[in-house]
Structure formats: C-alpha cells, structure tokens
Ligand binder design. Structure first.
Ligand code: FAD
Length: 291
C-alpha cells in the first residue's frame, strides 16, 4: 500500500520508526522487537538505512518481514551520500523486488571525513538527486523526504532551507517526515511557513520519546533540537531514576502527540528506537484517540 492512501484518510493514526541491526549477531533480537511493534497495528512502519550502506540488507529484510507477516505497510529508507549510481540503482531494484512501495529518499549525514572530502565528483549530492533517480526507475514508488522544523544544521537560514525543500517536493516527494522536536510551537510555525511557500504535501511530525537521561545529549547533538524548559525540568527531576524518567518521557511524548492531533495533524510518526514497551505504552495512552 502506498502511504498517501493512509494520509488521505480522515482518521488519526500513529506510525513507528525502527532501525535495522548493524550485524548478524543482533539480527534476531532486532527482528523480534520490530515484530512486537508491528503487532500494535501502526498505520505504517519505517525502517532506517545506514548511510554507508552497511545495514542495507537488513533494512530490506526487516521491512519485508513486517509487511509480509504482519500486514503493516512499510517505508524503506534509502540514502545516497557518497554512493555510486550503480549501488543506488541496485538498491532501488531490490526495494521493488521486495514488494515495498514506499521509499524515504535521504541524502544521509556527512561524517566529518565526508564533509571535508572533495565532493565534486559524487554522483549524488542531495536528496533531490536520489528522488530523480527513483523517478527514473521502472517502478512507481511513493516517495517521502525529510524536513527540519528547526532548520537543517547545514542551512544558513530557514528561507534557504525551505526553498530547497520546495524543490525536493516538486521533484516528486509525496509527503515529508520531520526531524524530532520537543516544542510543538516550532512545528506549527514551520507549517505556516512551508504552506506559505507553496508546499502542500502531508507533513508527518516525528516524535522521539526520551526515556532515559543519556538519550538527551545524543538527541540534541543529532537533531540540534531546542529543549523547552518544561522538558529540561523533567530531566532534572527524574533523570536519576530510570523508571520515573521512562514514565515521564512517555507522558511528555504522549502529550505532544495529543496536542498535534488536537491541532489538525492526522498521522504522527514515533521514533520508537526499537522499544516495543515504549511503543505499546504510547498506543495504550491514546487508545480512545487513535482509531
Ligand atoms: P537534503 O534534502 O539533501 O538536505 C541537506 C542539506 O542540503 C540541507 O541543508 C538543505 O537545505 C540543503 N540542500 C538541499 N538541496 C540542495 C540543493 N539542491 N543545493 C544546495 N543545498 C541543498 N540518515 C540516515 O543515514 N539513514 C536514515 O535512515 C535516516 N532517516 C531519516 C529520517 C528522517 C525523518 C530525518 C529527518 C532524517 C533522517 N536521516 C537519516 C538523517 C538525514 O540523512 C540527515 O539529516 C542529512 O543530513 C540530510 O538528509 P536530507 O535527505 O534531508 O538532505
């Protein structure tokens, strides 16, 4: 199923992101975790992709299993940074052969080494180049892209970031998923600006439940997200107690999701970090809200 069919329905729904194992040795435990999340019947599940391509085989195996065994529509992530045309075309063909109809087209993060290297000869410099490549394939994919309510860290300003985002959408993105954020007002402000810029595709907010204090620094480093005082107080108060922090983090994420639904958002994507217990708790918290 193409995800646009889900986004076009007039119902509220939750979806989850999972990541593939890095090695064979933890394949079974990751597969089990993703299956437990699939049993919660999310509207869809996305499976991330290691930018260097190391986990690409597992991305497909996990996505295919979720789709075929649990009937959950899947979104396979694909990155293009520093990849050759040959590799990317092969990956696109594999996604098609696996019967997956949705691709999240990403550039991938630049490691410090990649950022410092000579990029002039690269086949793909931005996600838009990957979107063109997917469009040129013989399959009819529903393509998603990433967007950044708080600006992509490499952008000099939001106007420029939105200009490139519009080009990405015009190239063939049917929806956009956001980077995590912890203050919904940032999302509402972003939505206003992108709608004004003529971007009309569905925007799927990405919510990260922070369930332990160690996650906080990593999440900020990765996303550059602003931490509201309300969230900082919660970490200050409960960060030292794992059970309390988990409960408070799930409550905070639930509260963000309810506010998004109340303000007209129809699908929220949860960065579940392969934690079925956290995903289940959020679904339970919303049992009378999502249908
Ligand atoms: P782009 O759209 O190419 O944008 C990157 C930067 O380049 C931005 O500053 C943009 O403004 C600028 N830009 C865009 N187009 C142009 C242009 N034509 N000319 C000049 N500048 C331009 N990473 C992974 O490795 N694997 C994953 O599975 C993964 N999943 C993700 C899922 C989501 C929802 C998000 C938000 C991010 C994900 N990432 C993943 C991280 C992502 O790869 C990084 O954030 C990366 O730095 C940018 O990817 P992008 O696709 O947004 O790039």
């Amino acid at each position: 199923m193409k995800l646009t069919e889900i986004f076009n329905k007039d119902r509220l729904s939750l979806s989850f992101e999972v990541f593939p194992p890095k090695t064979d040795s933890n394949f079974d435990s990751v597969k089990h975790a993703t299956e437990e999340i699939a049993k919660l019947s999310p509207s869809f599940m996305s499976v991330t992709y290691g930018a260097g391509g190391g986990t690409s085989k597992y991305t497909l195996e996990i996505a295919k299993n979720i789709k075929e065994v649990y009937g959950v529509p899947t979104l396979a992530h694909l990155t293009c940074v520093s990849s050759t045309k040959e590799t990317v075309r092969e990956r696109i063909a594999q996604i098609k052969d696996a019967g997956i109809e949705n691709i999240m087209a990403l550039r991938g993060d630049l490691t410090p080494e990649l950022a410092a290297s000579d990029r002039s000869g690269w086949d793909y410099k931005h996600a838009i180049d990957l979107i063109h490549e997917i469009n040129a394939s013989d399959a009819d994919f529903c393509i998603g892209g990433a967007c950044y309510p708080e600006i992509h860290p490499e952008s000099t300003n939001q106007k420029e970031d939105i200009k490139y985002l519009k080009e990405k959408v015009d190239a063939g993105c049917s929806f956009l998923t956001t980077q995590m954020f912890f203050d919904n007002n940032l999302l509402y402000n972003f939505l206003y600006k992108i709608r004004e810029a003529g971007i009309t595709v569905p925007i799927i907010p990405g919510i990260m439940p922070i369930t332990n204090a160690n996650q906080v620094d990593r999440a900020i480093k990765l996303s550059g997200s602003f931490m509201p005082q309300r969230f900082k107080s919660l970490v200050d108060k409960f960060g030292g107690s794992p059970d309390a922090m988990k409960q408070a983090g799930i409550a905070y994420a639930t509260d963000q999701i309810i506010d998004l639904f109340a303000n007209g958002i129809k699908n929220v994507h949860v960065y579940s970090m392969n934690k079925p217990d956290v995903a289940r708790k959020i679904v339970d918290n919303l049992s009378h809200i999502i249908s």
